[in-house]
Design a protein around this ligand. Structure first.
Ligand SMILES: [Zn+2]
Ligand SMILES: [Zn+2]
Length: 263
């Protein structure tokens, strides 16, 4: 299995995962030119992508999918069937013959088994995914206001975990550009996961076998890669978990591809 984040943050999200037979994107919020350029850095042609798994309808996750599907007729986008009820215009505009409305939480794309779980977020629907291949598990959970016990159970044992570490609460509260309404939305149970919340969730997940974490969907306004990393490292230390020994913490970026993991 090989995985790499191609872009992460409020301006566009996309993560690439491949097995021996399948090539999958989680979300595509990038322009086609941008996506193509980033895929070329890992030697992947867009036409070889089998599927895009959509997490939710926000533009930073969905914005590139229409043009991708129109240029790559063999690719499919996987969307949970219950999302159909909301008649979301940006989804209804996608080429309908290329949508797979999946009805069960577990399904397959070639040799990858996929498991889908619901996340609390201020969208019509929002899900995370775990992908299994050859006794390896890669999970992704971004755009969630809090982590429930159910979500912890879904993420447990992931070899690689892309987990949201969106903001530092103090930077967010001090940010003069954000109206109070927006701050409350981000901090709410249907907003985004803070560095602190991410760290405490990781302290529960690392004993389950999670060894590689990629901090994801960092706010460019209310966070920095260094701040997210140092906050998480320090909170984990309070739990007796040492970064670089018990767990490895990496960061996903908005403007460049992240670390390529082979597992
Ligand atoms: Zn987002
Ligand atoms: Zn969102």
């Amino acid at each position: 299995m090989r995985t790499v984040n191609l872009s992460s943050g409020s301006k566009g999200n996309c993560t690439y995962i491949e097995s021996s037979q399948a090539r999958v994107l989680i979300d595509d919020g990038l322009s086609y030119i941008n996506l193509k350029q980033r895929l070329s850095q890992i030697g992947v042609e867009p036409s070889s992508i089998d599927a895009i798994l959509l997490t939710h309808e926000h533009t930073d996750h969905l914005g590139g999918i229409n043009s991708f599907l129109k240029k790559n007729k063999n690719a499919k986008v996987y969307i949970p069937a219950f999302a159909k009820d909301f008649c979301i215009s940006s989804i209804m505009e996608l080429p309908q013959s290329q949508i797979v409305w999946f009805t069960t939480s577990d399904f397959f794309i070639k040799d990858i088994t996929i498991s889908c779980f619901v996340l609390p977020h201020d969208s019509k629907f929002c899900v995370g995914y775990s992908l299994y291949f050859s006794q390896r598990k890669v999970s992704i959970a971004t755009d969630l206001g809090y982590i429930s016990d159910d979500i912890i159970n879904c993420l447990a044992g992931s070899n690689i975990l892309y987990l949201e570490s969106n903001h530092d609460e103090h930077l967010l509260m001090k940010n003069p550009k954000y109206p109070m309404k927006t701050k409350k939305r981000i901090l709410s149970n249907k907003g985004h996961l803070s560095n602190n919340a991410c760290a405490h969730a990781l302290a529960r997940l690392i004993p389950s076998g999670v060894v590689q974490v990629v901090l994801s969907h960092l706010s460019e306004e209310n966070n920095t890669p260094n701040l997210a990393y140092s906050t998480i490292k320090s909170i984990l230390q309070d739990y007796g978990i040492v970064e670089g020994k018990n767990v490895f913490v990496d960061v996903a970026y908005q403007n460049k591809i992240g670390t390529i993991f082979n597992l």
